[in-house]
Design a protein around this ligand. Structure first.
Ligand code: DQA
Length: 154
């Protein structure tokens, strides 16, 4: 059974109390439960993490890339938070790690401030999802399963 790695960046630990009109009322623990249920449906083990630190995300992406190459990881769902819009280091880490990655945002970043319209993650990502609220997480896990099915047809 392969692992779906779900990585959350800065301020996502505040879900539930942080701008609920934008991000909803569910907490990060609620999101982890949604992910656990989706992983059970799709036959993945869940590895769910959050950090406020950019370099920690770089380390985790490199780890996921090594584990994907070794066959134990299916891919990564990354909500990089505000680092999406600033981080060349995360762009380089995704490319360098060679990891299959779905970029995820709870909100529709394209309907928000102009500074959220550019992503350093998107050019390195396999797929991009935004605007489904926290239900985007289980949808992204379904997406990882769909990508894995495509690859197993080869
Ligand atoms: C976010 C959108 C980002 O612009 C923001 O900085 C976040 C959360 C989202 O999930 O909608 O922290 O990634």
């Amino acid at each position: 059974m392969k692992t779906a790695v779900i990585l959350n960046g800065p301020n996502l630990n505040l879900l539930g109390t942080r701008e609920p009109a934008v991000y909803g009322a569910q907490t990060l623990a609620d999101v982890e439960k949604l992910c656990a249920d989706a992983c059970a449906v799709h036959g993945f083990k869940l590895d769910f993490r959050q950090t406020n630190h950019e370099g920690v995300l770089v380390d985790w992406l490199q780890e996921a890339g090594r584990n994907q190459a070794a066959g134990s990881v299916a891919g990564v769902v990354l909500n990089a938070g505000a680092y999406t819009h600033t981080s060349v280091a995360l762009h380089d880490a995704i490319k360098g790690a060679g990891v299959t990655l779905i970029e995820l945002h709870i909100s529709n970043v394209h309907a928000r401030e102009a500074f959220r319209h550019h992503s350093y993650i998107s050019p390195a990502a396999k797929a991009v999802m935004a605007g489904f609220g926290v239900q985007g997480y289980p949808l992204a896990i379904a997406g990882l399963a769909a990508l894995a099915a495509v690859h197993s047809d080869r």
